[in-house]
Design a protein around this ligand. Structure first.
Ligand code: HEM
Length: 150
């Protein structure tokens, strides 16, 4: 190990993944989130493998673990996330975004104990703009997902 590597390990702040105790936190978060999604009349029909959500749970868990500094298993299984591209097949308008965020906010709330209060804020600061970024329907009469030239 070089002197530089030793210094980095000592001074670099722990990742959110490490602070919450690793992958089991993301498993609990995603389980709580999908319990809400599965019962959601707007979101559930969008999922290609419904009523089986085990694959979707697995992919989101690995993605979030990787995003917050954990192992890169998502990348190894799925390749580069390219999330906007991967969401194009699904109608993501303001309604879907808000339902998604409501279930995620509830999951964050129930999964983050008081000692992780700052983690809850960090997670939501990511999820809110990310969900808006994935929206592919402006809600306007002419919108990318429904407008076809004749
Ligand atoms: C912060 C926001 C979001 C994140 C980080 C996220 C993340 C992901 C990930 C990682 C996948 C699996 C991609 C793959 O490897 O194939 C996925 C799939 C999916 N997402 Fe999202 N998503 C977000 C928002 C939304 C919203 C707002 C909707 C609303 C419609 C949505 C609907 C779906 C659907 C239907 C799938 C397919 C399920 C599957 O088979 O994996 N997502 N999302």
């Amino acid at each position: 190990m070089t002197a530089d590597a030793t210094r980095d390990a000592a001074t670099e702040p722990a990742t959110l993944y490490d602070r919450v105790g690793g992958m089991s936190f993301f498993e609990r978060l995603v389980d709580a989130f999908y319990d809400g999604v599965e019962a959601d009349e707007v979101l559930a029909p969008l999922y290609p493998e419904a009523p089986d959500f085990s694959g979707a749970r697995h992919r989101l868990t690995l993605f979030l673990g990787q995003y917050w500094g954990g192992p890169t298993t998502y990348m190894e299984e799925r390749g580069h996330p390219r999330l906007r591209l991967r969401h194009f097949p699904f109608h993501v308008g303001p309604l879907e975004r808000d339902h998604w965020l409501r279930h995620m906010a509830a999951a964050v709330e129930s999964t983050c104990s008081d000692e992780h209060a700052e983690v809850a804020a960090e997670l939501m600061q990511y999820f809110v703009p990310a969900a808006e970024h994935l929206r592919n329907d402006t809600g306007l009469p002419i919108t990318s997902s429904t407008f076809h030239r004749s």
